[in-house]
Design a protein around this ligand. Structure first.
Ligand code: ADP
Ligand code: ZN
Length: 725
């Protein structure tokens, strides 16, 4: 196949529309390349598509319509087509949905053009107003960046006339700019930090050509980032592109600064917080080679890299790599697939790898490189349990006397303490003391969580909020509603009472309007702006708190209560990660875990720090049960507005399991999903378990093929489910 189609030749196009087949079109005037992004007619509409191959020609030639036009972007590379095809087959996702993931750039069809942009000017402002100040503050904060009128006004939260007024005075400069500019070049030859022996050995071990996957394991602070930045440097020197995936968007600014320090310029950013204009630029520059390094969230994996040589997945165990809506994929696994197709190297970095990755390294499928000590003098925190059965604590208090004592010592020394509780809001449950009624969401089978800061009740499933009532919605008794259990806001209250002179702050994503505010706040706290930090898992990730020497975990048993397959693993990771926040600089930290079951195997392995023993025990247990990664699993979620038809469908599927039986797979269920109703939809789940080598996808596809979804019923398949909600 030549890879080029002349005018009138038939081409097969995969569109972004939910159709399960390719459509034939005639190549347009001037022809088109294989992989070209095109606009084609579909009924009365014009839609986006990709020329996937020659047309089938099984339709009357004269009725076939022509491609309307070829978009002015480089054609999709074969390797990307292969990646989308394989990823779609693995996750049982139609190709059209995969192509949608790969074309998530606004204005893909627009011709390159000029546009008006605004940046900091030099003119004087005749009369300063609060609105004008806001605009100038935004420009200042983003340094040399330019904005469109709309973006600047929105960022500053002012009307566009304010910007225009400033432009008229020259305080803001208005200029014409090509829409998409290349990113500043990164300079890998700038000297990096002087590496420790351990780190230098790791860098050498990572220096490989072609496809490989390496687990880069090391405790928080051991210099994993330092090491993989050297791998990025090596990749850039070869003239190839690099991608660094990070889990928590709110915390990327620290990383961007580190890239700038190392390479003299900032990388391209790709995540939900990036403006449309910038997304468009990133997409195009990645395709053109005008972006050498992308730092982004999981969807950055679907950008059209020209020559991708390295993918780093930082905090590879993080559950946010699993997309739980739309196309259900695990970015960590898809990274390995993509890299194997384009001859790139993968670095999976973590202090507490996922069991899957650990097992792959054990089996020799992945290389393993370890950083054994923390950089500089910092050592791992000392970990101890606080046995809550022996602490004297009134009913609605959660800080044990032992923990309180330790915090008091830190305050005296001018050091910071982190009190960790992985629960947002004030209290997880609101109960009527008169009738025992619990307030639940009207649309979900989930409790409403009180958020005192917002003065509202909130459903953490669907986001629905309502004002906090004064009377019980059931028995109408006044003032008898009581908060039950702690959330971080309530911990804030308790600690402020215990330490009236201390600076207590609560860090929870929902307490901040924007991620920018949150970032700024975290930075201020890290520099010493608080004595006691109360945080959810937000603080467990990535950020450095150099003055922090004590971590107190309010409820180390919390994660162990669910029926989740990964409960032990997740608790282990989270506790290790949180503990790792303590004592990053010169001082040794202490981590104290409040627990009612100090003899629980997960808690003891966290405490004695014998990670390998934990992994081995956990692996043995899963192997015994035929659970992932030693067996295969898929979840099927059926949902609909009425519970009856959902169960009927579930039962029908469970009965007709011939296709699954043929590959040795077994169906469990149907059963109500752990959250049996979300947003008014009843949810029923089936679990499919299969031996490791089974051709599960093919069997699943065959199994559900006869299903005709009537009315508003929905069926979703989740390969390798991460969570079980
Ligand atoms: P990790 O990614 O494993 O948490 P980092 O790479 O962030 O570790 O390193 C922790 C801290 O130690 C960072 O502030 C980093 O700049 C510093 N650091 C690590 N290695 C070195 C080194 N060789 N020289 C100077 N500073 C280092
Ligand atoms: Zn709800």
């Amino acid at each position: 196949m030549s890879g080029f189609f002349h005018e009138g030749e038939l081409v097969g196009v995969v569109t972004t529309q939910p159709l399960d087949r390719m459509l034939d079109y005639k190549a347009p005037e001037g022809g088109c390349h294989l992989g070209a992004f095109v606009e084609v007619p579909l009924g009365p509409r014009k839609v986006l598509g990709v020329v996937w191959g020659p047309g089938k020609g099984d339709f009357d030639y004269f009725k076939i319509r022509s491609v309307i036009r070829v978009l002015d972007v480089p054609p999709m590379r074969d390797e990307m087509k292969e990646f989308l095809t394989r990823a779609g087959a693995y996750t049982l996702t139609p190709l059209s949905a995969m192509v949608r993931l790969a074309t998530r750039s606004p204005g893909l069809g627009d011709p390159p053009a000029m546009r008006k942009v605004f940046r900091m000017g030099t003119g004087e402002v005749d009369r300063m107003t609060p609105a004008r100040e806001k605009v100038l503050a935004v420009l200042e904060e983003f340094g040399g960046l330019s904005f469109t009128l709309k973006e600047l006004a929105e960022q500053a939260g002012v009307g566009s006339s304010v910007v225009k007024g400033l432009a008229a005075q020259g305080a803001v400069r208005e200029e014409d700019s090509p829409r998409d500019l290349p990113f500043a070049r990164l300079d890998p030859s700038r000297p990096g930090k002087e590496l420790t022996e351990d780190q230098a050995t790791a860098v050498v071990a990572l220096d490989r050509d072609g496809y490989s996957t390496t687990l880069l394991k090391g405790v928080t602070g051991s210099g994993k980032t330092e090491v993989y930045l050297e791998a990025v440097a090596a990749c850039l020197r070869k003239g190839r592109q690099a991608l660094v995936l990070l889990p928590e968007i709110a915390l990327t600014s620290e990383f961007l600064t580190r890239v700038e320090d190392r390479f003299g310029a900032r990388p391209a950013e790709w995540h939900s917080g990036v403006t449309m204009t910038e997304r468009r630029r990133v997409w195009r520059m990645v395709a053109d080679g005008g972006a050498e390094l992308v730092v982004g969230a999981r969807s950055a994996l679907f950008l059209p890299y020209r020559d991708l040589g390295l993918i780093v997945v930082d905090e590879e165990h993080d559950s946010s790599y699993k997309q739980e809506e739309g196309v259900l994929y695990n970015a960590r696994d898809m990274t390995v697939l993509r890299a194997s197709l384009c001859g790139a190297q993968v670095v999976l970095a973590s202090a507490t790898p996922s069991l899957e990755t650990w097992a792959n390294a054990e089996a020799g499928k992945y290389a393993r490189v370890e950083l054994t000590s923390r950089f500089g003098d910092a050592v791992l925190p000392e970990m101890r349990a606080i046995d809550m059965r022996r602490e004297d604590l009134p009913g609605s208090r959660w800080v044990s006397p032992t923990l309180q004592n330790e915090i008091a010592k830190r305050i005296e020394l001018g050091e910071q303490s982190l009190v960790f509780l992985n629960r947002r809001g004030y209290a997880p449950m609101t109960l009527c003391r008169a009738c025992g009624h619990q307030i639940v969401c009207e649309h979900c089978d989930a409790r409403m969580v009180e958020h005192r800061f917002l003065k509202r009740l909130m459903c953490h499933q669907c986001g629905e909020t309502k004002p906090m009532p004064t009377a019980c919605p059931s028995c109408e008794a006044e003032d008898r509603l009581a908060p039950i259990g702690p959330g971080v806001e309530r911990m804030g209250e308790e600690l402020a009472e215990l330490f009236p002179d201390a600076r207590v702050v609560v860090l929870s994503s929902d307490l901040y309007g924007t991620s920018r505010e949150l970032k700024a706040h975290i930075e201020a706290i890290a520099e010493g702006g608080a004595d006691i930090i109360i945080g959810t898992q937000l603080v467990a990730k990535g950020h450095n708190f150099p003055h922090l020497t004590l971590v107190g975990v309010i409820d180390a048993d919390l994660g162990l209560q669910g029926s989740d397959l990964r409960a032990a693993e997740k608790t282990f990771q989270l506790m290790r990660q949180v503990a790792g926040r303590a004592g990053r600089a010169e001082k040794r930290g202490v981590a104290l875990l409040q627990t009612f079951q100090p003899e629980h195997p997960v808690i003891t392995s966290i405490l004695n720090g014998d990670e390998e023993a934990f992994w081995k025990a956990e692996a043995a247990e899963r192997e015994q049960a035929g659970m992932p990664p030693y067996g295969r699993m898929a979840g099927v979620i059926l949902s609909g507005p009425e519970v009856g038809p959902v169960f009927d469908l579930g039962n029908a599927l469970a009965r007709n399991d011939g296709a699954l039986k043929r590959v040795g797979a077994q169906v469990y269920g149907p059963a109500p999903a752990p959250i049996a109703r979300i947003r008014g939809r009843h949810r029923v789940r089936l679990l499919v378990k299969a031996p490791k080598g089974a051709a599960l996808q093919g069997a699943l596809a065959e199994w559900i093929r006869p299903v005709r979804l009537k009315g508003d019923l929905r069926l979703q398949i989740d390969i390798d489910p991460q969570s079980f909600f």
